[in-house]
Design a protein around this ligand. Structure first.
Ligand SMILES: Nc1ncnc2c1ncn2[C@@H]1O[C@H](COP(=O)(O)OP(=O)(O)OP(=O)(O)O)[C@@H](O)[C@H]1O
Length: 325
């Protein structure tokens, strides 16, 4: 008997590896846009899940922004039984305007996926590929990021899993073709006004031809290595912070001065968040400014951080104050 097409075999293997820790009978849903990545994921999950004793389905979110989006969602729901999926939901969401249309659509989409996952007690699979990971790493590199940020998208994050981070986008297109599935082509993916599209269409091909093939693979590997480094440094900082906190208010400047810079900045970050700085607003420049109270101390006055948090150095301690409490 002929085996599956190699691209189909790759996607199935990636799913098996990603789900091997789940209990029998668990429900796994693919967040499916109809694009090649998540369609290949859905079809291959339908094959793999029963063999792992898992239940499988898909959920598709209609952002109601383009004509025909609801019927595309309905088509996916109709298709799902033939893919071996027992559960299928199409959710239409209201997209706000906060942060621009793309960001607003993403916020609405994840809110809908969170809700379905919580209601059905399901793990949710996302179709991000190795190429998405490579693009993410390049974009973050260009912004001047640390190891955590360069570690890109996580394979597991709460109820979400990304089984395809080691599989190329081309591979998912080949898998769809081999299975006779016609993916939906998102016009946004070709719109050169988006920086990510420029990275995809211009920068990565240029790097690929000038630096040699395998750049996407190399960037995805960088992400994995950075993740391990960031995890180790975070663990270290957690331990230092837990001990330093027990000593009373503020952090000892002598202790902070002795720490390696990577750990010191993480400890300051933890203290700032504990004092009320929102992590999303707290940038590397803020932490570096606070760090200068240790490394470049000339008796300067305090530093203001987002969320109304102030940092001052007093009597051998770095004190974090909140103007809100
Ligand atoms: N309309 C949708 N319905 C369900 N899932 C979706 C939808 N759009 C995207 N997804 C899921 O999200 C994954 C990533 O999609 P895409 O690359 O288009 O997202 P993005 O706009 O870059 O945002 P992010 O990567 O932060 O999710 C897809 O592979 C799919 O699993």
């Amino acid at each position: 008997m002929m085996g599956p097409h190699p691209a189909v075999a790759d996607v199935r293997r990636a799913i098996r590896e990603s789900l091997s820790d789940l209990d029998e009978g668990s429900l796994v849903l693919v967040a499916c846009s109809g694009g090649a990545d998540s369609l290949a994921l859905a079809a291959c999950l339908g094959f793999v899940a029963p063999r792992l004793g898992l239940r499988a389905g898909l959920v598709t979110v209609d952002h109601d922004l383009q004509p025909g989006s609801r019927s595309r969602a309905d088509d996916l729901v109709r298709l799902s039984p033939s893919l071996g999926l027992d559960v299928a939901e199409a959710v239409t969401v209201q997209v706000g305007t906060l942060g621009g249309p793309e960001a607003a659509a993403r916020i609405a989409r994840y809110a809908a996926l969170d809700e379905v996952s919580a209601r059905l007690g399901a793990v949710v699979l996302l179709g991000h590929t190795r190429d998405d990971q490579a693009e993410t790493v390049l974009l973050r590199l260009a912004r001047g990021s640390g190891a955590r940020s360069l570690s890109g998208m996580a394979e597991v994050s709460g109820v979400y899993r990304r089984p395809l981070l080691g599989v190329s986008r081309t591979r998912t297109e080949e898998a769809c073709a081999a299975l006779g599935l016609i993916p939906w082509h998102d016009p946004h993916n070709d719109d050169p006004r988006f920086t990510r599209v420029k990275v995809r269409q211009t920068l990565l091909p240029l790097l690929e031809s000038d630096l040699g093939p395998g750049i996407a693979d190399a960037l995805a590997r960088t992400a994995r290595l950075c993740r391990d480094d960031a995890d180790a440094l975070d663990d270290w900082a957690d331990r230092v912070y837990a001990e330093a906190r027990d000593l009373g208010t503020g952090l000892s400047t002598a202790l902070l001065a002795e720490l390696p810079a990577a750990v010191r900045r993480r400890v300051i970050h933890r203290a700032a968040v504990a004092a009320g700085s929102p992590p999303s607003a707290l940038a590397a420049v803020h932490i570096e400014e606070a760090e200068r109270l240790i490394t470049r101390w000339t008796g300067q006055k305090g530093v203001d951080l987002p969320g109304g948090v102030g940092v001052v150095r007093r009597y051998g301690r770095l004190m974090f104050t909140s103007s809100l409490s």
